[in-house]
Design a protein around this ligand. Structure first.
Ligand code: ADP
Length: 695
């Protein structure tokens, strides 16, 4: 993963929106169920018609089987009747039955109990020899056999006579009665049974009132014609057919149920499709509205200066806007799905940041927001203000945390600048006051010091005049005079420094200046049991400086080193002063001690006005030293002492311009110039600026 610049295209935490042209086919999606339903209805119809055809075929097979059974039955019946007729013929042929006995003989009359209507005895020339009919016998007739039940044509059974009585016997019977006697009840319930001739004329029928078809032509058109089957009844009845016709036309259940089912189904599916279409339209409408809103939202989020990030309860980033990605300098894709520690956390503050993260996830983030320092992908740090709010879904349930992040680096920089400016003003005011105090003090001290020097000179002169020759008193008075003169010079120089634009630079021997400073401070060094070393290879080396002020700087550095030893009481105390050339034009003086050292503090910190770690310290020593050195065109620096001073120690170094006799000294009589001091704390430099001072 590496930080990159985000393009507007990939600056999306949310999944890319589906393309709008998807909606083109989605617009007709509602018709799909309708098409599928029609396909289903079509398949159902085909399937049912197939079943219907199979059913029909099965019924037809049954009907054929029934017809054949009935035919066998009828033929059997008529064969029995023929046998009966043969019996009468046999009686006649054996002579047992004469023409006179014929009508009354038992064998003839008994034959009328079934089908027969009459029996006629014919000779060879078909002349009637004897005749017996149902009317002139005693035979009892059933209702069915009564004359009213004898509809249709009649049929004949013939038995030929041979031997002594050549001729024939003809029995007339009713085929209708034959049917009624022979057709079983279950068959009669299923079919209308009849016998017809070749001209379609009905010979006999079980029921004469049967309509030929249901619904006439319309019924036939709808396939509601009665199923029928006919088979030849030859030769039992010549040119006759036995026909079975269904009582009820075969109406497959599909005929009644299927149309209703299909109509209802189609009606329902049409309603459902209509509703679906309406629903889909509203969905498409809503989707289009959502798409517009989403586009607006994305545009707004991308144009925001506030970074947005959404996290689930595990702290996983589920959404970031472009501003956030740009703010942290990582591409959106590499951020989405990331779990802590985040790539924008400060590596040296991972543990602290993780604690803050846990606090935020627990819902304890400060409502007024909190400040954090993050790391940009390119390596620089920046300050942010983070506001955490609950992230809720459409049902109002919290699903994580939404963070709004403001980059406050610039704001903090401005605040810091304002703060420094305020500090600068305050310091400036204090320095101005200090300058005035110092100036006043120098002015006030000048008089008494001059008086001390004068009185001292007067006392020495008086003692000499009076012949007082105690050497120790004389020396003491001389030292007193020197110290008073030195104090006077210091005061004068400070006054000059505070009131002049530049120090009074003149070529001076730096070796002597340092030796003088050490001599003036020797008493303190001895008192604190400090060993001092002075290394200078070139005793004649000269610098362009104000010797008194440089002495003061040296004494201040020695005093600071001495004070530092109070923090390390039990060690061998050493201060080393060394002078080296620093390049062509400069000379460097190092004051090194083996005290506690600077503890990482830089010269900038140490020279801050009023910075002191001492209870009695004023914190202006180094600041004044630096301004003096810089007024000479040199520089003051501080560092830990070199390894030879281990384990601790500080080294203060100052540079001064070396004096080259050939070069112009740049000295100028500036007694008439009036100067004041401005300290620019922000840049930690003391600049000497010129002001007109009113007389
Ligand atoms: P002051 O002496 O009044 O404290 P200075 O400006 O002279 O003011 O010194 C500022 C601070 O710098 C001191 O308080 C001390 O903490 C630190 N300092 C100066 N010199 C040394 C040194 N040689 N070793 C350690 N600390 C020093």
């Amino acid at each position: 993963m590496s930080p990159t610049n985000d393009s507007p295209e990939n600056a999306r935490g949310l999944a890319a929106l589906p393309r709008a042209n998807n909606a083109a086919w989605a617009r007709y999606l509602w018709a799909l169920p309708m098409l599928l339903s029609l396909l289903f209805v079509g398949s159902t119809i085909v399937w049912l018609l197939r079943i219907d055809a199979l059913d029909r075929e099965e019924r037809r097979q049954t009907m054929i089987a029934d017809a054949l059974t009935l035919e066998t039955q009828l033929r059997g019946q008529l064969e029995a009747e023929s046998a009966q007729l043969g019996e009468i013929a046999k009686q006649i042929q054996t002579g047992k039955l004469s023409t006179t006995q014929f009508a009354t003989s038992a064998v003839v009359t008994n034959s009328f109990t079934s089908l027969w209507r009459s029996v006629t005895w014919l000779d060879q020339s078909n002349r009637v020899l004897a005749f017996a009919s149902i009317g002139n016998t005693n035979a009892s007739l059933s209702q069915a056999d009564s004359p009213t039940g004898q509809r249709g044509l009649s049929a004949h059974l013939v038995a030929n006579l041979s031997g002594s009585a050549v001729g024939s016997l003809v029995a007339r019977y009713s085929p209708t009665v034959l049917l009624k006697h022979s057709v079983p009840w279950w068959l009669a319930r299923k079919y209308h049974v009849r016998l017809i001739d070749t001209l379609e004329q009905e010979i006999a029928a079980m029921d004469s009132s049967m309509p030929r078809s249901v619904g006439g032509k319309l019924g036939a058109g709808l396939g509601l014609e009665r199923a029928s089957y006919r088979l030849s009844f030859d030769p039992t009845i010549r040119d006759a057919y036995l026909e079975l016709i269904e009582h009820e036309p075969f109406v497959p259940w599909t005929r009644s149920f299927l149309p209703t089912f299909i109509i209802v189904f189609l009606l329902l599916i049409t309603i459902a499709t209509w509703m679906l279409r309406r629903q889909m339209r509203s969905v498409l409408h809503a989707e289009s509205a959502w798409r517009t809103e989403s586009a607006w939202r994305s545009a707004m989020e991308d144009s925001m200066v506030v970074g947005l990030r959404a996290r689930d309860f595990d702290g996983r980033l589920v959404y970031v806007n472009r501003t956030f990605a740009e703010m942290v300098g990582w591409p959106v894709e590499s951020l989405i799905g990331k779990l802590p520690p985040m790539p924008y956390w400060q590596p040296d503050e991972i543990e602290k940041t993780m604690q803050r993260h846990r606090r935020n996830m627990a819902g304890d983030a400060p409502r007024e927001g909190y400040e954090a320092r993050w790391l940009h992908g390119r390596g620089h740090s920046f300050d942010v203000m983070v506001f955490e709010t609950p992230l809720v879904d459409a049902s109002g349930k919290q699903i994580g945390w939404m963070g709004s992040i403001l980059d406050i680096t610039e704001r903090k920089r401005m605040e810091e600048r304002d703060r420094k400016q305020a500090d600068t003003l305050a310091h400036h005011a204090r320095l101005t006051m200090l300058g005035e105090v110092a100036s006043t003090l120098a002015h006030e001290l000048n008089q008494p010091l001059t008086a001390i020097a004068s009185y001292n000179a007067g006392v020495i002169n008086s003692l000499q005049r009076d012949g007082f020759s105690d050497a120790s008193v004389h020396n003491a008075l001389l030292r007193l005079g020197e110290q008073a003169a030195q104090a006077g010079r210091i005061v004068a120089r400070i006054r000059e420094f505070l009131t002049r634009r530049e120090p009074e630079l003149e070529p001076c021997n730096i070796h002597e200046v340092v030796v003088n400073a050490i001599a003036l401070f020797r008493r303190e060094l001895t008192r604190h049991q400090i060993t001092i070393k002075f290394n200078n290879d070139n005793h004649a080396i000269q610098v362009l400086a104000d010797a008194v002020l440089i002495e003061q700087v040296m004494i201040n550095l020695l005093r600071n080193a001495t004070d530092a030893f109070s923090a390390a009481p039990d060690q061998m105390r050493l201060i080393e002063v060394s002078v080296h050339p620093a390049g062509e034009a400069f000379l460097r003086i190092d004051v090194t001690d083996n005290g506690p050292g600077l503890g990482g503090r830089a010269i900038r910190d140490l020279c801050a006005a009023f910075y002191s770690t001492k209870t009695e310290g004023m914190g202006m020593g180094l600041a004044i030293c630096r301004s003096i050195i810089e007024a000479h065109g040199g520089a003051l620096d501080a560092a830990e002492s070199p390894a030879s001073f281990a384990p601790h120690g500080a080294q203060f170094s100052l540079t001064l311009p070396a004096f080259k006799p050939t070069r112009s000294t740049g000295l100028q009589d500036s007694d008439t110039d009036n100067i004041d001091i401005d300290m620019d704390v922000d840049s930690d430099k003391v600049a000497v600026t010129q002001h007109e001072v009113e007389a």
